[in-house]
Every structure is written in C-alpha cells, then in structure tokens.
Design a protein around this ligand. Structure first.
Ligand SMILES: [Zn+2]
Length: 357
C-alpha cells in the first residue's frame, strides 16, 4: 500500500495523469460503478444470519511468484529456496480443499493504477474503480458490505492499513470496522478482549508501516477475536506488512511477513475448526490487491506486470476439478462473496463457476 502523499501523489499525477488514461477509462467505468445495487434503506434492515459465512483475507502486494514457485533463488542467501508449499503451508492446506487460482487462469487487478486503494475498492464494489491512486476518498459506489448489512447480515472489517475503511463501504454508518490503529468504529458488543485489543493497538508504533498503520501481528490477533466473539456473516481481514517490507527492498523480511500471514491463515483454520458446522460451511478467500514489478520493490501503472496476483477459494461450494476457465479480476472477490451470501453481485465467469455452472 505505502500511502506516501507527496511521493505517491506526484507519481500518480505523472503516471496516471488526467489526460489519456482517464479518457480510456471513462467509457468502461461509470462514476459509481458497482456490482451491487442499493435496494434497501437503513431504516428497513431486518436482521438475519447466513448458514454459509465468508471470510476474505487480503495480503497486500504479494507476487504470484512466491505463491506458486516459492522463493526467488536470486534473492535468497544462506539457505535453499523454499517452495510455495513450504512457505505457505496453510494456504496450500486450504487449497487442497478448494482452488488456488493464478497460474492456469490469471488473477488481475483491473487497474490501470495497480496500487492499493483502487484494488481494495475493486474488491469491495465488485467492479473496476475510477479511483486511480491511494488518495481517493470514500467509495461512492455501494459495496459488498453495504449490500450485506442492508440485507440484514453482519459484516466486519479488520485491517492493518487505515485507508481500507474508505473502500469498504459507501455508507460509513453501516461499517463495523477497525482499520489501522484508529480508523473505523468496531462494535465490541461488550467483549472485553476486543476492547482491550483496540486500546492496546491505539498506542502501538505503526512500524513497518507509517501514519495510522497497525502492524499485522496486532491486526491478526484482533481479527481472530472478532471472528470468535462476533461471528460475523462476512469478515474482511487486510494484512499489509508484505508490501511495506517489499518497498523497503528487504526480500527476506517480505518473505517472513508472507510466512506470518500464512500463520494467520493457520489461526483462522483452527478458529473455524473449533466452530464446528458453521466453520465447515465457511468459505475462505485469500487474495492480494496487486502484485509487484519484475524488480520486486515497486508496483503501479508503470509496471504492468504488477497487475498479476492470486486468489485462493476454499469452502463447501467450491467446485472440484476444473477452474473458472477465464481470467479472474479483483472484482470477482466481491462478486463471488456477494453470490455466496445471497446479496447480489453481477455475473462473471468466476461467479458462474462458483455457483456450480
Ligand atoms: Zn505498495
């Protein structure tokens, strides 16, 4: 993600500009593009619950290379490069009961910016976003969270990067979230552990991020507790240390952060296993908001290769055998989750595949 207003702002203007790329984007993307329509109003919400919850985990700025091929031999010192399965045992355990997409079929950010806020906005709205930088404000299009909450379901968002709250919901009043150390309003529902974790997090250092960033280890603890105590119908977890450390050019630290994100997936699997039937009926999606440049440190419009990522889908509905057979976009994350939750989300080859054709 790496929200550096001056540098990224200048880069955004230089790379994306207000000329050619906007002229290209306009016919394809309306001002309020979304796969979700706003069919209810706040006053008419009838609470219900789903028997098939969804958990989405986004790990920021992870190249498909490490996921599918393992460590880059040219960047590893002092040990044999580990395979993807060795680096990410929990991701692969989930894949054994689902599908890891991104090698047979590409998983892409629609861009054209290939930076974080457009990527998260695409996930939540289910559609390419007009947002072309990390400085966009709150989404003006309805999202998966808006649709779920208006349908009476319970949605929670817990992220390391504070600006994900801007992408998560069109209506901040509908958003139950803790983004970074201070953004969002997460209802503890009287859970004293959630209250003490929020209090602790507020006083943490943002390292390895900056500004209001919350380090992944703290985000992971809070996310697991939110799942245990609040049992949301849809939970979105955003981890970001991988991107921060990659920007620092520290490959070993990037890989270590990726391993910690996998350990979070292990804690998530254990928590779902302890839930019994509800856990067995939960679909887990793991995704990245963008990949990286061939040179590893960067991503963005100047590096078209950074549009490539991966998507893991694991759960009772995931078809065995063949994959979706077409390119998958970040928008398919929101669309697929919306389909599983029965709250809308337009058709795409991915949702058709997920629905069992
Ligand atoms: Zn970044």
């Amino acid at each position: 993600m790496r929200w550096r207003p001056l540098l990224v702002g200048a880069l955004g203007l230089f790379v994306v500009g207000h000329g050619a790329s906007h002229a290209l984007a306009e016919p394809r993307v309306s001002e309020v593009q979304s796969a979700f329509s706003r069919t209810a109003t706040r006053g008419r919400i009838r609470p219900r619950t789903t028997a098939e919850p969804v958990v989405i985990v986004a790990i920021d700025g992870v190249r498909p290379r490490e996921v599918f091929e393992g460590e880059d031999p040219a960047r590893v010192q002092g040990h044999a490069p580990r395979s993807g399965r060795e680096l990410l045992p929990n991701l692969y355990a989930l894949a054994d009961a689902g599908r890891l997409i991104g090698s047979d079929e590409a998983v892409v950010a629609s861009g054209p910016a290939y930076v974080s806020l457009p990527g998260y906005t695409e996930m939540f709205t289910g559609s390419p976003s007009r947002c072309a930088s990390n400085e966009c404000g709150r989404t003006r299009a309805p999202t998966l969270v808006d649709a779920a909450v208006l349908a009476g379901l319970r949605a929670s968002v817990v992220t390391s990067w504070e600006r994900i709250c801007l992408a998560a919901a069109q209506d901040p009043e509908l958003l139950d979230a803790s983004c970074g150390r201070h953004e969002g309003h997460l209802d503890s529902e009287g859970d004293t552990l959630i209250e003490s974790l929020l209090e602790r997090d507020a006083a943490l250092s943002p390292s390895p991020g900056a500004a209001d960033y919350r380090p992944d280890w703290a985000t992971a603890e809070l996310a697991i507790r939110v799942l245990e105590a609040k049992r949301p119908d849809v939970l979105f977890v955003g981890l970001g240390d991988t991107d921060e450390l990659a920007h620092a050019g520290n490959y070993a630290a990037y890989v270590t952060a990726l391993g910690r994100a996998d350990a979070f997936l292990g804690a998530l699997r254990a928590t779902l296993a302890a839930e019994g039937e509800r856990g067995r009926n939960t679909t887990v999606m793991v995704v990245t908001d963008h990949g990286r440049s061939y040179g590893f440190r960067d991503h963005g419009a100047a590096f078209p290769e950074s549009r490539f990522g991966f998507l893991l889908v694991s759960g009772p509905r995931v078809p065995r055998g063949e994959g979706p057979g077409a390119e998958v976009t970040l928008g398919d994350v929101g669309r697929g989750a919306g389909r599983l939750l029965g709250v809308g989300g337009e058709d795409s080859p991915f949702t058709t595949w997920l629905s069992g054709r």
